[in-house]
Design a protein around this ligand. Structure first.
Ligand SMILES: [Cu+2]
Length: 110
């Protein structure tokens, strides 16, 4: 029965989940020496995308953006993948809430 249930779940989820993942863009941002790289990453407008924030520093960071409504702690040496909703074209400021003085970035959605 377990095998049959698993098979049924794959059949149900497969066609819906696979195309959505394949089409979605991934935007990557790294944090190094308490600075973002790139400082102004670009993302596609009007479509959901995945934002991956990788922290290369040995201290935790908190990726935060008021306009994007995101606030996520990124462990030292860690990485988070944030599912973003479709955004209008524009510029969305972000920062590391644990190192506000040195971190400043802007997501350019176009
Ligand atoms: Cu915060």
């Amino acid at each position: 029965m377990k095998t049959a249930h698993l098979f049924a779940a794959i059949v149900l989820l497969g066609p819906i989940a696979a195309p959505a993942v394949a089409q979605q863009a991934t935007v990557r941002i790294a944090i190094k020496n308490h600075k973002f790289a790139p400082v102004a990453p670009r993302a596609p407008a009007n479509q959901p995308f995945t934002l991956v924030v990788r922290n290369l520093d040995s201290t935790p960071a908190e990726f935060e953006s008021k306009s994007l409504r995101v606030e996520r702690i990124v462990a030292a040496g860690g990485e988070v993948a944030i599912q973003m909703r479709a955004l209008n074209a524009g510029r969305y400021a972000f920062f590391d809430d644990f190192h506000i003085d040195t971190t400043e970035g802007e997501l350019i959605v176009q």
